[in-house]
Design a protein around this ligand. Structure first.
Ligand code: PHE
Length: 459
């Protein structure tokens, strides 16, 4: 009966604005922050990437976030139904449909990585990382885990089960309640680990790797811009209707732009803090920039960190804390992905929440199976990397592009601004936001997608 923040009858709603911010920040903060951000920063020259990332967040991420939250709250509907409500008898609902499909696919590969994290948490608790490991040995541990398909499937399954159980409890009783416990725990663990890492001897190299901006590095490598934008979309959960769906459970009493800024700032701060947890420890333990850029995606979190924990005093404890943190972050995000899919079947097709969660959570698990089982499409591409390529690199940006066009040109910025300023709310710079959402955001996103396609095509 949580009507404090509104929503249309029967759909459920957030119990408080703080609960909403925690849940939405929980959805945004995930593997993208702890795993993706440090990895992409390592690949893309550190500080140069960080600077571009911040620019992408402010100039593109936040405007799209405002757009999604406004569509969601204006309609109190999940993506497909929301576009149908605002633009009846048009094809805009396809943008929502693309979002639901994207959520489905992301949930599949995301849960497998989360499954690895569960496996590592188990290993950390069992003390497997505390026997003077060499990097070659930790590499082997990772390979053995991934190659042990039954175990990966089991961890992935358990991870799915946890998400399904939370989402079936509803927006207020399930998601919000879980995030209110998990997110504070997450913050405590992260701050503890970052402080430990930054107080190690030699940690300053890691800090300057993240903050010592050398503009030349960006000019040298334009791909950094692309990496920064895809990473910002993924990390802020934009372009597939997650923020739209979470916004649909809000009442008009809420100040939407401020909520958007809080979520975006929390997400960015956590990504940077994750960098401050990983890089100082990495450099302090003798890592170098040259080795850093040679790591594969999974290496930083699953191969390099275990060797570092092993060298730290009370390393086992830090190992347990770190993998617990990773699992929590992944769980609150996968909940938001599952919620987008569930809300679609509830709003659009009138399903009961419980049935929708189990049927489509189950279906997403089936899609996760080929990822967990390491299915290969070609000699050097796995099914999982294909999903990541399509849905991480392209789909979110394409979705974001159409959301900008919809709000900028079909629904019109004035309507979104009326929604954002409902009940006398104010936010500075909304006319500037109109310009961003109409011209700057779609143009930049389009250039970046086309450039990416062109480079991929040229091979
Ligand atoms: N933002 C999440 C993360 O950083 C991933 C995600 C993307 C969640 C899109 C929902 C929607 O891990």
């Amino acid at each position: 009966m949580a009507t404090a923040t509104g929503g249309s009858a029967g759909r459920g709603s957030w119990g408080s604005s703080f609960g909403f911010i925690l849940a939405a920040a929980g959805g945004a903060i995930g593997l993208g922050n702890i795993w993706g951000f440090p990895y992409t920063a390592a690949q893309s020259g550190g500080a140069a990437f960080v600077l571009l990332y911040l620019i992408c967040v402010v100039l593109i991420g936040l405007p799209v976030m405002f757009a999604e939250l406004s569509i969601g709250r204006a309609t109190h509907k999940s993506p497909v139904t929301a576009f149908k409500a605002l633009a009846p008898r048009s094809a805009w609902w396809l943008v929502g449909a693309q979002g639901v499909i994207t959520g489905f696919a992301i949930l599949a590969f995301y849960s497998v990585v989360a499954g690895w994290a569960v496996g590592y948490l188990y290993k950390a608790i069992a003390g497997e990382f505390s026997a003077g490991l060499t990097p070659v040995e930790t590499q082997q541990i990772f390979h053995d885990l991934v190659a042990n398909r039954q175990i990966v499937t089991l961890w992935t399954f358990l991870f799915f089960l946890a998400g399904i159980l939370v989402v079936q409890g509803g927006v207020h009783g399930g998601i919000e309640r879980a995030c209110k416990i998990l997110m504070p725990l997450f913050f405590v663990l992260l701050i503890g680990l970052a402080v430990r890492s930054m107080t190690l001897e030699g940690a300053d190299k890691g800090i300057s790797f993240l903050f010592n901006f050398e503009l030349q590095r960006i000019v040298d490598n334009p791909k950094v811009i692309l990496n920064a934008l895809s990473q910002a979309f993924f990390s802020m959960s934009l372009g597939m209707g997650a923020m739209l769906t979470y916004g649909s459970y809000l009442s008009r009493k809420e100040n939407l732009p401020w909520a958007g800024v809080s979520i975006g700032m929390a997400d960015t701060a956590i990504a940077i803090l994750a960098g401050l947890m990983i890089f100082p420890a990495f450099f302090a333990m003798g890592g170098t920039i040259d080795t850093l850029s040679t790591y594969r995606e999974e290496a930083l979190v699953f191969v390099v960190l275990p060797t570092i924990f092993d060298q730290l005093p009370a390393g086992q404890l830090f190992g347990i804390a770190f993998y617990a943190l990773l699992v929590i972050a992944a769980l609150t995000s996968s909940i938001s992905l599952l919620e987008v899919i569930t809300a679609f079947f509830v709003d659009e097709l009138g399903w009961k929440r419980r049935s929708a969660v189990w049927v489509f959570g189950g279906a997403a698990f089936l899609l996760a199976l080929p990822c967990a089982l390491g299915l290969k499409i070609t000699e050097d591409m796995s099914f999982m990397s294909l999903l990541i390529l399509i849905f991480f690199q392209y789909s979110l940006l394409v979705g974001g592009f159409f959301i900008c066009l919809f709000v900028g040109w079909a629904w019109k910025p004035q309507s979104a601004i009326a929604e954002m300023t409902a009940e006398g709310k104010t936010f500075p710079g909304l006319p500037f936001w109109s310009i961003l959402i109409r011209f700057v955001c779609p143009l930049v996103i389009a250039i970046i997608i086309l450039n990416q396609l062109y480079t991929a095509w040229k091979g």
